[in-house]
Design a protein around this ligand. Sequence first.
Ligand SMILES: *Cc1c(COP(=O)(O)O)cnc(C)c1O
Length: 362
Amino acid sequence: MSRATVATIHLGALRHNLARLKALAAPAQVMAVVKADAYGHGLERVARALDSEADAFAVAALGDGLRLRAAGHRQRIVVLSGPDSASDIAEMQRLQLEAAIHHDVQLQWLAGADAARGRLRVWLKVDSGMHRLGFAPARVAEVHARLASMTGVDPEIGLLTHFSDSEVFGGGQTAAQVACFNRATQMFGGPRSLSNSAAVLGWPEARGDWVRTGGLLYGLSVVEGSSGEDFGFRPAMTLSTRLIAINRIGKGERIGYNGTWTCPEDMPIGVAAVGYGDGYPRSAAAGTPVLVGDRRVPLIGRVSMDLITLDLRSVPGAKIGDRVVLWGPELPVEIIAAQSATISYDLTCGMTRRVLFVEDEH
Ligand SMILES: *Cc1c(COP(=O)(O)O)cnc(C)c1O
């Protein structure tokens, strides 16, 4: 048998999640964020599943926009980091991609744009307090005027900002960022975009004209202590493998690298064919739940490159070849992320090339 580790992508869940996002965000439109290979689910696969239902796509960089156009998608595509070089401008015009503009160096490149190649749609990115990308609020008027004067730029200039803490519902940081953005942009027309997934759930005052949602599209939540399912979204990935060994190990014996777990009694230890070489987190703590058949059993010992070890005391009927689920609809990936000191996005983005991807319509 070939490699056992399989990521099943649930196309029906993707469609359900987009429909739910559109309903929640209305009347705002939805940019389906498909950066990082659609959060590890596969860019072309996800775009094909959503296609005409997505009002627009958002990607991190030009190369992903090129892949979407090559796959035949005709809708608006926003490049969230904008051009990375002067030569990107002509390429973005050719592909009719829209550029977030966050830095003076991009203004210089844009000023050299050849208007004969078509007017580039741009989104002026405002740094309302995250301090990653964007122009300071005090510079928005000047930058807006400069963009408006450029012949290679479409006169309808969008306004965009990004939140650092929107999963903290009711928190002061997001309220301050909304107020800052509104103050800095109130004198301008043009479409506005503020919200990521968590903000769609918790910050209705930040709807604007377009929301930019990634996580919830894949059924993933970053709201502490909750899964996407708690908000009516469905997980779009199941990661599964098989049990390849069951061994009886004696009381007091140590399991795995560095013997971080010791058997409290004679007991069955299951070995499943998945490890950090597939993207299962090496940081997953002992006790992290894993599904064997329909039973949750605890991970024990260190996650290694190709294998994990499981406490099978509660599943006496377990057999070699049994299906093992690492995360999916029956075992929220948010639980695994919390046990691994990370977030769900990090896990789905981390699938490696040896994982076999398959699709189902559910
Ligand atoms: C990744 C990203 C998003 C989407 O965030 P989610 O939490 O996945 O919805 C939106 N806007 C920008 C600028 C981003 O980088």
